[in-house]
Ligand binder design. Structure first.
Ligand code: BEZ
Length: 262
């Protein structure tokens, strides 16, 4: 009789992803480069106080600051924040679930960061506390179906190692209706919200994508198994995500919204 693999789970008290600022700068720049629409939705104005939540290395924080707004970049990761500080930005290191702000911001902005945390109620309540009454929260995150083929291939391969990639990855990719309900239950009014499929060119290739964005999960493997796993996942994905000219496309789905606090 086949034995059932024992899977390893993680809790939200642990960080589920680790970041390497140099690798991110080399392979992850597309994340900030594709944020034009959500930046336009933010429409930052000179003199406004804006929190960039999950600011990473500060590439977008810097663009928001160019509007003349006073921007604070907030992130949990010390190596990414060190890169943001090198840009001369104001930064605060904090866990998204435990934001230390009280009524000081006209707007909270976030790009490609909220989905790293499963306890969204704590995140949303912290954002509500951080905003002035009537303040806006404008963000883009992974939504339902985000990187579905990538996650499925990784899960399939890691099961052999008794690892549950979804549980360890700890990501949260909600539907429009689910996230709207969470926001409305926590004091926000939805102005606009849309789930937008956005196949995204990964110039560095799938192996580098996995090393950059799935380092937390891959770190659970014995070191000697990591590169063979990356190669196997990449092979599984080739028919779905690699085009005729050898370019890789990640199956991103974005949830983009503008909401206001009461
Ligand atoms: C995202 O922006 O949706 C994302 C980026 C890297 C890994 C997973 C999701």
């Amino acid at each position: 009789m086949a034995s059932t693999p024992q899977t390893e789970h993680t809790t939200q008290t642990e960080r589920t992803q680790t970041w390497d600022a140099a690798r991110y700068a080399a392979n992850g720049r597309f994340v900030a480069n594709l944020a034009g629409e959500v930046l336009s939705m933010l429409d930052a104005k000179a003199g406004e106080h804006i929190l960039d939540l999950g600011c990473g290395d500060g590439a977008l924080t810097e663009r928001i600051a160019a509007s003349g707004a006073e921007v604070t970049g907030c992130d949990a990761d010390a190596s990414m924040l060190a890169a943001a500080k090198l840009r001369g930005l104001t930064t605060v290191q904090a866990d998204m679930r435990l934001l230390p702000f009280h009524g000081e911001f006209d707007a909270v902005f976030s790009n490609a960061a909220l989905h790293w945390v499963t306890d969204q109620t704590s995140v949303i309540r912290g954002i509500h506390r951080a905003l002035k009454p009537g303040g806006r929260f404008v963000a883009e995150m992974g939504g339902l179906g985000n990187i579905a083929s990538l996650r499925t291939a990784l899960s399939a391969v890691l099961r052999r190692f008794h690892l549950d990639a979804e549980a360890i990855g700890g990501s949260f990719y909600p539907s429009e209706a689910d996230y709207r309900a969470l926001l409305e239950a926590n004091g926000f009014r939805v102005v606009t919200m849309a789930l937008v499929p956005r196949p995204t060119l990964v110039k560095a290739g799938m192996e580098e994508w996995l090393r950059t964005f799935r380092s937390g999960v891959l770190a659970r493997l014995p070191e000697l198994d990591r590169e063979p796993v990356i190669a196997e996942v990449t092979d599984l994905l080739r028919p779905m995500l690699c085009d005729g000219s050898g370019q890789w496309w990640a199956d991103y789905v974005r949830l983009r919204f503008h909401v206001e606090r009461d």
